[in-house]
Structures are given as C-alpha cells and as structure tokens.
Design a protein around this ligand. Sequence first.
Ligand SMILES: NC(=O)C1=CN([C@@H]2O[C@H](COP(=O)(O)OP(=O)(O)OC[C@H]3O[C@@H](n4cnc5c(N)ncnc54)[C@H](O)[C@@H]3O)[C@@H](O)[C@H]2O)[C@@H](O)CC1
Length: 510
Amino acid sequence: MLRAHPVEAIRTAERPLIEAAEAAGDPDAVMRRAASGVAHHAAALLRSRTGGVYGRSVVLLVGSGDNGGDALYAGAALRGRGCRVEAVLLHPDRVHARALRALRSAGGRVTTGGVDEVSGAAATPDVVIDGVVGLAGSGPLREPAAARVAALARAGSPFVAVDLPSGVDADTGTVHDAHVRADVTVTFGTLRRAHLLASPTCGRVEVVDIGLAEPASGPLTVHRPDPSEVGRAWPVPGPEDDKYTQGVVAIRAGSGRFPGAAVLCASAAVAATSGMVRYVGSGAADVLAARPEVVCHPSVAETGTAQSWVVGPGAGTGSAAVADIEAILARARPTVLDADALTCIASHPVVLRSARAPVLLTPHAGEFDRLTGGWDRSDRPSALRRYVSDLRNRGIPATVLLKGRVTLVDDGQTTWSVDPGSSWAATAGSGDVLSGMVGALLANGPGGSGVDSGGTGSGGEVAWSAVAAAVVHGEAARAAARRTGGPGAPIGAGDLLRAVPAAISAIRGA
Ligand SMILES: NC(=O)C1=CN([C@@H]2O[C@H](COP(=O)(O)OP(=O)(O)OC[C@H]3O[C@@H](n4cnc5c(N)ncnc54)[C@H](O)[C@@H]3O)[C@@H](O)[C@H]2O)[C@@H](O)CC1
C-alpha cells in the first residue's frame, strides 16, 4: 500500500533532520542528500535516452526557494559526471546562494534571462531539471518560468521534476493550466498527496531516502494499493464453498433505451467472482444470450435473496426507477448506486435516507455535479470528503467512488486513489462493467479478506471492494488496449469486459 501525506505532515517529519544538520554546522546536508538522488535519477534518464551521461546537456530551471537549491546542487553533481549544465535563474535576486556557489565552482553556466537568451544545446537539452517550485508552490507556473517550460516541452526535452512538477498543487493535486509534465519526479523520504492525486502528470515517481521517518497515517493521507495486494485479496472459492457462500449479487440495470447496460453490468458481475448473479429488468433475453448462468427475475419484489445489489446502469430515471431504488434499499443489503440511480438520487435525495446498509455511489464528474449541486473541481479530494462526511453525518452509511483518470474512493475517513496508467477506460459502457464488478465483490462479503484497507473501520470493506474493482477495471482496460487491434488502437467496453478474467489472473500473479 502506498501512502501519500499532506505538506504539513512532511514539513513536521523533515524538521528534526534539518535541525540536526544545522546543529552540525552543515545546514545544506539534507538538501545535498536530496540533490544527489535527483542527480542519480537524471543520470539514469540520460543513460536510457541517450546512451550515456558524459557530455550530455542539462538545463536547470531554478526558482527562489529550496526546490531551486536542490536543482542547483543536483546540477553540480551532474557537472561532476561530465554533463554540460546551465542554470536558468528565474528570480536572480532570490536564489539559494550556497547551492549557486556549488554549481559555479563545479563549472556550471548560469543565465538569468528569458527564452530568447537560450541558444544551442541549451535550447534542446538532453534533460531539464524542474526546480521552479516544490512543496511551497501555489497556482500555475508564472512568467518567465511558464514560457521557458513551454519552449523546452515543445523542443521535446524530458523533464525531471524535483519533489513535484511545478504548477501542481502538493496537497490537492490540482494540475494548473501552466505546469510541468514530468517524465520522472524525484521526491524525498515519502510521497506527497499530489503524487497519487496527479500521478499522470508526475511520470515515474522515485522516492529518495534522506533519512526521514514516514509520517503516521492521518485523515488526509491518500492510499493506493499495489495491484498484487488486490490480487492476493481477490476471492477464490475454498473447498467448503458453493455458489451461495461466494455471494449472490442482484442487478437492476438496462431498459428499452439502454439494453447494453444490462449485458455489460451483469456479465462483469459474472466475470468478477464465481458466485451467483441475479438480474432484474427488461434486458433479460439479452443478458441470458450473453451469460446463460444469470438467474433472471421479473421484478425487484420477486427477486430471491442476494447479499448485495447494483442498481442504475441504463435503468431509467422515472418514478418506476425511483420506486425500485427504494425497494432495493429497503432490503438492507450493501448496494451500488450507479448511473441513472445517481440521477434519481440527485432529484430525490430523500430516498437515500432509507439506506440501512452501506451504499456505494459511483459518480463521474457530471453526476457528482448533480449530486452536490456543483463542486470545487480544483480540489477533488476535499470536495469528495465533504460530500461523504455530509451523508454520514445524516446517518447514511455512504462511500463514494469518484470516477476519472485518477479514480478516488472515500468512506469519510480514508481517501484511496487508483490510476490505471492509461485512459483507455474512458469509453461508453465501461462504468457499467465497473459497477457489476464492485457488486460481485460486495456480495462476496468482507472485501479484501485480511488485506490492510487502511484501518478505516466501518465502510472500509465497501471502499476496499470499490478500490479493488477499480484496479482490475484499469488493468483490464490496459490489457484490452494492448490486445484489441494492437497497441494504440481504441477499445470499447465490450473489449474491456472480455479482458477482465485475464486482468484478475495477471494481478493474482503480480
Ligand atoms: N525541507 C526539507 O527538509 C527539504 C526540502 N527540500 C526542498 O525544499 C522544497 C521546499 O522549499 P521552499 O519551502 O523553499 O519552497 P519552494 O521552493 O517550493 O517555493 C519557493 C517560493 O516560490 C514562490 N512560489 C510559490 N508558487 C509559485 C509559483 N507558482 N511560481 C513562482 N513562484 C512561486 C513562493 O514564494 C515560495 O515560497 C521542497 O519541495 C524540496 O524540493 C529538499 O531540499 C529536501 C529537504
């Protein structure tokens, strides 16, 4: 399990290290340790992209704080390995003086101007080290950094970000319009929240040991499971199991308008575990044609016992759909509310009050808009936590999975993030697959058997099922994109669905 911490916790953990260095009369000892890690990873990137380190060109973008100091010391170390190093001082009047002296005495060049001042190799360096801002950064890149970053990115130079890509907020993970897109981010001691909230912008994240003790988890810690943890926890039938003990999930999905949603959702539930799947809705014939093992029922009232429910994909938003949601919640089983069910809840919020068992809401950004009446998109984790806490304060045992390239799950106490490493899952119908998988996991019982779900107490199991399904869903999307039509060819939700068994198998072996 990866854990990423807020700035305040990191500053607190760093303080004793810095105080010890100052007391020893070497105030930059920690910074030099950090910088040598940056230099190490920059050299590795140079080697993999250009075949060597000696003689390669490096540009340092140097801001006014300690992040710029790290970049300057890293530049001095790379100069020692034979690189041509040029530091661009973005605020020449405010620069880490000792680190600048170290670069100069190692033979690094220093410039202070705008984009036009850079010429020759420095206009297209072999690597750029982003030391504009780190933990104290706020808002987008400002000039002259923004123009300089844009020119270097256009030239195709790879970026190594020191601590965080500049223009990405350390706590919220907000990626501002003007920002650095890093190939590699080198951070120190432990992950910052942005590394898990804005992972697509951070590139590969390398954590350098600077002697810092990992902060304890708190309410603002972001968690991300390793796929192998999900693999170990994925249900496997034991010698005593039968179809009932592995969990029965009932699915209310599909309509005359959206028959495919029923097929995708029910088929995903079948693929996720070897328990039993019931189906209620107008799509029974299509569902049976795709998966004859599904047991179909004419109405919610006539559906046999189920350990969990999924309601909503393509299920309609009229009064009959609302009545079905009420009838399902009255059964007091863990329930996934997805797609049309979220629209129903948004227009009839009172319905949720009857929830006696855990509910999992799975909105995308637009559905979350409807549920909340508008939310602060610049701070996804806080907006999500506020909404979940509000529901829980009203006695509704809710967990919410907010979809996106980086999917967030929050149960009011813990935030998880899942980034599948590609955006291939952004395709129509893929949400129906996800809700079917979560429903099957919820039916299987305490999710993540024995897995550390972050010590979250109540709600943790629902959250773990949601996180585990999101991990496999992302793996399936990536695998489908590799296999269907070859790398780079788009996929549909049907391709993703077909890749689910192989994705489960892959993470079990991970
Ligand atoms: N504290 C420590 O123990 C260590 C800190 N280290 C480095 O120190 C960094 C933090 O340094 P600082 O606290 O000096 O802060 P930064 O270097 O992150 O920021 C410096 C200043 O930049 C300005 N700024 C904020 N947003 C900006 C923007 N969008 N555009 C331009 N300027 C902006 C602010 O005035 C801010 O105080 C860490 O990210 C890390 O790189 C490392 O040396 C490892 C050890």
